[in-house]
Write a protein that binds this ligand. Structure first.
Ligand code: ACO
Length: 402
């Protein structure tokens, strides 16, 4: 009979770390976070500099190749991404198989997973060239697929990519242009969209990235791995928080209701949490939230939205929470999702699309992390152990004797 309790002792050091709060799952050169100081660096570059001075595709290049591109490298990269924006025409039929009221994230999980059937050539992960083609395919096609999910969701015809536009302008056009109507992309809004994508591009070993790495560690193809990441991102504690934060602001409705919700968030018998507040790693203001707040003001100003009741509630809620003893003591600050919902809503997206936009932007981070793992000669299949708490060994009892 096996003595289960002695099993762990016999294997030497055995750690149990629920939620991986203090366990590194990998080494990585890509992203650095100092949660105490509120610092986020990609390949050493601060997120605020990238968001202020760079473009999303430049950030993609940086994450994938480790250095910022020079002019000719950037032109070449942009050209290669641009030439992969179209999706296989048969994918249209795949979309139309879904119910119209399907959540766009459900559509994304299915369609991205199905890419391995449409682009079978780049499922050979042993070939570095195919790995790069798969990476570029996903970065390039994600806006097209996300826009198709949106168009299908709202019952409008698909708009094909227009590749003389920038990455983000092209995406806005694919979402909001309608046939027989000239659609001019507003450059201020395209710039804001681009910045939102930069802010979401990578965030080291968060739940969805760890999911991508774990799926990829078995040698699964990159499309399947990204589909796994999308499924994980959908949860309200992760990428679904932007949708949940906006719903919460709508539910609060007005500034005078805030104290009631603050009290609920502090009540341990109430499962309610302030969505868009708190972070596993940041115990300071999320640096992305600051840039998102600024972007939010820029978008509202450009659209001439002077009084947005949701923004009023958000600003006041932030002010109250930042001075409240409970939030101060637990170091709960606004995270990126707190202001992204208001901004995306002003840009014209329904709440159901918010996490889709997050997935679009995070795709490059997932791919960069997947490639880093696959290309590491020490790479092993991820196989966590467990602390067994079930019944001890016992004998099978015939059914008549139970
Ligand atoms: N509102 C009220 N209390 C909170 C909140 C919140 N938003 N977040 C954490 N707390 C409290 C918890 O109740 C807990 O209190 P306790 O120590 O008295 O039990 C303490 O702060 C620590 O919280 P944990 O849940 O243990 O922290 P964890 O690191 O596991 O969770 C998380 C982090 C999931 C982000 C959490 O803060 C949360 O649920 N926030 C709301 C959802 C959200 O905004 N998610 C987006 C994350 S960012 C991203 O994915 C892009």
């Amino acid at each position: 009979v096996i003595d289960i309790s002695s099993l762990y002792a016999s294997t030497g050091v055995f750690t149990y770390d629920p939620g991986f709060t203090s366990t590194a799952s990998c080494e990585s050169d890509i992203t650095f976070i100092d949660g105490e100081k509120g610092v986020l660096l990609h390949r050493g570059y601060p997120i605020d500099q990238l968001a202020e001075k760079g473009s999303f595709l430049e950030t993609c290049y940086l994450l994938l190749y480790g250095e910022l591109p020079n002019k000719s490298q950037m032109d070449d990269f942009e050209h290669r991404v641009t030439h992969h924006t179209m999706v296989h025409e048969q994918m249209n039929r795949f979309f139309t198989g879904f119910r119209r009221d399907a959540h766009p994230m459900a559509i994304m999980c299915g369609v991205i997973g199905a890419m391995s059937a449409f682009y079978h050539d780049s499922t050979d992960i042993s070939d570095p060239r195919q790995r790069m083609i798969a990476s570029l395919r996903m970065i390039a096609k994600m806006p097209t697929i996300a826009a198709m999910a949106y168009k299908y969701h709202v019952g409008q015809p698909f708009v094909y990519p227009k590749n003389d536009l920038s990455y983000s302008a092209n995406f806005l056009r694919m979402c909001f242009a309608v046939p027989c109507d000239e659609y001019e992309v507003n450059p201020v809004l395209a710039k804001a969209m681009d910045r939102i994508f930069i802010l979401h591009a990578d965030h080291e070993q968060n739940a969805s990235t760890s999911t991508v790495r774990l799926a990829g560690s078995s040698g699964a193809n990159p499309f399947a791995c990204i589909a796994a990441g999308i499924a994980c991102l959908w949860g309200p504690a992760h990428g679904g928080a932007n949708e949940a934060a906006l719903n919460m602001l709508s539910e609060i409705g007005s500034v005078d209701q805030i104290p009631e919700y603050i009290d609920r968030a502090k009540d341990k018998n109430d499962p309610f949490r302030l969505m868009g507040f708190g972070h596993r790693v940041y115990k300071n203001y999320d640096p992305r939230a600051k840039i998102m707040q600024k972007t939010c003001h820029e978008v509202l100003a450009e659209l001439g939205i002077k009084d947005d009741p949701l923004l009023d509630v958000a600003l006041e809620l932030e002010k109250i929470a930042l001075t409240d003893e409970y939030f101060v003591e637990k170091k709960l600050y606004p995270n990126i999702d707190f202001y992204s919902g208001i901004t995306l809503k002003a840009l014209g997206f329904p709440t159901t699309m918010f996490t889709v936009l997050f997935a679009l932007a995070r795709t490059v981070g997932w791919i960069a992390q997947w490639k880093e793992m696959i290309e590491d000669p020490r790479q092993k299949i991820g196989r966590p152990r467990q602390l067994y708490t079930g019944a001890p060994q016992r004998d099978y009892v015939p059914m008549d004797n139970r």
